[in-house]
Design a protein around this ligand. Structure first.
Ligand code: OGA
Ligand code: NI
Length: 359
């Protein structure tokens, strides 16, 4: 085993082959007993998070949604979307057991033998909506991220039944179903803050016409201070609903000060963030902010985000309702699939994708 590992590590092309092309992921390296970070995972200094670049006495809002009908909840959600772009919601109605189950499902999927996971790599997966991979876009990235993932796009129940891995299909579908109410309540509050009264069929396609659930796996890293789990980026969704475990490591860039703030794990909470699509639709009222995940030296971390996106065929731009009082549009009308294609054609590079949509 050790001899095999040193052979792989002796050549960076072999590392890439093993991790990316052969679908072993970074977990595969860990399972081989890796002691030192391979070169392509060593981040340039400016991308590493150190205690000197992080502020500890500040935090994103935690919103108690015990009573969704209380207008104060909607108000807090809109304010957080404007001032932070990130917030946590507690007492949202999704039972703890459902949250625990889906985290367990994530651990279970990644502990499957590599042969099983490999069925879902870009080369092997029979559906474009099912993808197991590592880092973000390894072919386009200068430095790789210490993360493996499984990504499932929800088209329909039937499609999922045919193509999603049996090891997590039922659980993922159930989790999506259980989160539907929270998702709708949050979107409704946000959209009301943009003068839109209700989510009709057309708005529904625009706000959540496409859903993606990801399972992220960040294995214990031999040199966490030199690497990152996921590099700085903003999401391109309308909103993202993220479940994290109790390990921590997600950092968010604070608007105005640009300090990096930790998002502390709160038991039972869902972390919500605004994505580029909603920033565009709100004509910059709501902010899609940069975030990143550090690597951990002692534990395997999982997170499960649900990304709500416009339908790929939707044309997105500042909503009519937000421009009513003569506000100038900052963004043009663009086909959402064009936006997605740009995002996935490069590595994570901060908030650059949104520049493409500006007038
Ligand atoms: C993402 C992301 C954060 C996390 O998947 O886009 O930012 O905590 N994940 O895993
Ligand atoms: Ni993200």
């Amino acid at each position: 085993m050790a001899a095999h590992l040193s052979k792989i590590l002796s050549d960076s092309e072999k590392v890439f082959d093993f991790v990316v092309n052969e679908g072993n992921g970074v977990k595969g390296l860990c399972d081989m007993g890796i002691q030192e970070l391979p070169n392509q995972y060593i981040q340039p200094l400016e991308e590493r998070i150190t205690t000197s670049t992080v502020i500890t006495d500040d935090s994103i809002p935690i919103i108690d949604a015990s009573n969704w009908d209380d207008p104060k909840v909607a108000d807090q959600i809109c304010k957080a979307a404007q001032n932070w772009g990130f917030f946590q919601v507690i007492n949202h109605g999704v039972p703890i057991q459902v949250l625990d189950n889906i985290k367990e499902t994530s651990h279970r999927f990644f502990s499957l033998p590599a042969e099983e996971k490999k069925k879902y790599t870009k080369e092997n997966s029979v559906s474009r909506n099912v993808r197991y991979g590592t880092s973000f876009t390894p072919e386009a990235e200068k430095t790789l991220g210490w993360r493996d993932y499984l990504s499932l796009v929800h088209v329909s129940h039937d499609e999922a039944s045919l193509f999603w891995p049996t090891s997590c299909r039922e659980e993922a579908l159930e989790y999506l179903k259980r989160c539907d109410t929270v998702i709708r309540k949050i979107l409704k509050s946000l959209i009301a803050g943009l003068n839109v009264k209700a989510i009709d069929e057309e708005k529904e396609q625009l706000l959540m016409g496409s859903k993606r659930i990801n399972f992220n796996y960040y294995p214990k890293c031999p040199n966490p201070e030199l690497s990152v789990g996921v590099g700085r980026h903003s999401d391109i969704s309308t909103i993202t609903v993220l479940l994290q475990d109790d390990i921590g490591g997600l950092y968010v860039k604070k608007i105005e000060t640009n300090d990096w703030i930790h998002v502390p794990p709160v038991n039972g909470a869902l972390v919500i963030n605004i994505g580029d699509a909603l920033q565009i639709m709100s004509n910059d009222k709501y902010k899609s902010v940069e975030h990143r995940v550090i690597a951990n030296g002692s534990k395997n971390r999982v997170s499960v985000p649900i990304f709500l996106h416009p339908k790929p065929t939707s044309v997105i731009g500042p909503l009519q309702e937000t421009l009513k009082n003569g506000e100038k549009p900052i963004y043009k009308q663009i086909l959402y699939s064009d936006y997605t294609n740009i995002f996935f054609s490069k590595g994570h590079d901060r908030k650059d994708t949104i520049e493409f949509a500006k007038i």
